[in-house]
Design a protein around this ligand. Structure first.
Ligand code: AMP
Length: 283
């Protein structure tokens, strides 16, 4: 099958209607484009598990705060289409903001609790924007499964909670973090980094590794693990910590003692660029 590019919700619905008539299973991979191997791993998994795959490429304005990088967010739709096609997906949805949000758009999906700490605390409204666009994509694609990276672990937890709470008829598939050779988690935002900053950015994965080793050798005191992670970050002159947190993985609430499954998550500024990374310990 060749790749179809849909620019409007109406065009997506027409394709989906045909797929549904044929009884085909559908996988959805929501992205903001400027695709890399991290996105690629989600698309590959979706292609292997579904009859048809839709990839959305949409820099969703309502999930950006007023002082964030909406305007400068990197875009290269032609390269994205090439990658998507080479991985065997069937449909790309690439709408304009005005196709997604009518002038009098008035509905917001808001998930409390799990969206309130970590990035939710630093980026007010961010997860409302994510949940609203993701719900629209779920409705348009009528997908059986949607694929999300653990790179954005809180987003994965928030979307899972929303789907459970609203009885949405879709399975959320979490996928592992894909990294550069030196450990830096792949991200479209890595393109903002200068050569020196790119070298410094390895401090995120290095700091997490130090924390992971402590937990694996039996440390249960979250404050000690956080102090270790912070000390590694602080040793890098170009890095400035936004947060270092250890949360219950199901609740996304900070813990003092590491007993249950935890998400160890960090956000760090490298120069002006804010990067996130994490690991999960399942118990
Ligand atoms: P984004 O385009 O940044 O909104 O990301 C779209 C999807 O790709 C999200 O589910 C991300 O978690 C996922 N993703 C981004 N980077 C990575 C990565 N390095 N490894 C795995 N998944 C990723």
């Amino acid at each position: 099958m060749s790749l179809t590019i849909a620019k409007t919700p109406g065009e997506v619905k027409a394709v989906i209607r045909e797929w549904k008539k044929e009884g085909l299973s559908i996988g959805l991979v929501p992205t903001m484009g400027y695709l890399h191997e991290g996105h690629g791993s989600l698309i590959k998994k979706a292609v292997s598990e579904n009859d048809r795959v839709m990839v959305s490429v949409f820099v969703n304005p309502i999930q950006f705060g007023p002082n964030e990088d909406l305007e400068s967010y990197p875009r290269d739709f032609e390269a994205d289409v090439k990658l998507i096609e080479s991985l065997g997906a069937d449909l790309v949805f690439h709408p304009e903001p005005s196709d997604m949000y009518e002038k009098d758009f008035s509905t917001t999906i808001s998930v409390s609790g799990v969206s309130e700490n970590l990035c939710g605390a630093r980026r007010p409204g961010h997860f409302n924007g994510v949940c609203t666009v993701v719900t629209k994509l779920f409705n348009l694609s009528e997908a059986d499964r949607a694929y999300f990276g653990q790179k954005d672990a809180q987003q994965l937890a928030v979307v899972k909670r929303m789907v459970r709470d609203l009885n949405a008829n879709i399975e959320i598939v979490g996928c592992p973090i894909i990294r550069e050779e030196d450990g830096l988690a792949k991200s479209s935002r890595n393109t903002y980094l200068s050569a020196d900053e790119r070298k410094a950015a390895v401090v995120l994965s290095k700091a997490l590794k130090a924390g992971k080793e402590m937990i694996e050798s039996g440390e249960k005191d979250a404050s000690k693990v956080k102090a270790k992670i912070s000390s590694v970050i602080d040793a890098e002159p170009l890095a400035k910590t936004d947060y270092v947190e250890i949360c219950d993985w199901n609740l996304i609430e900070p813990v003092d003692i590491i007993n249950n499954s935890v998400l160890v998550a960090i956000a760090v500024y490298i120069g002006k660029t804010r990067l996130i990374d994490n690991f999960i310990i399942e118990k």
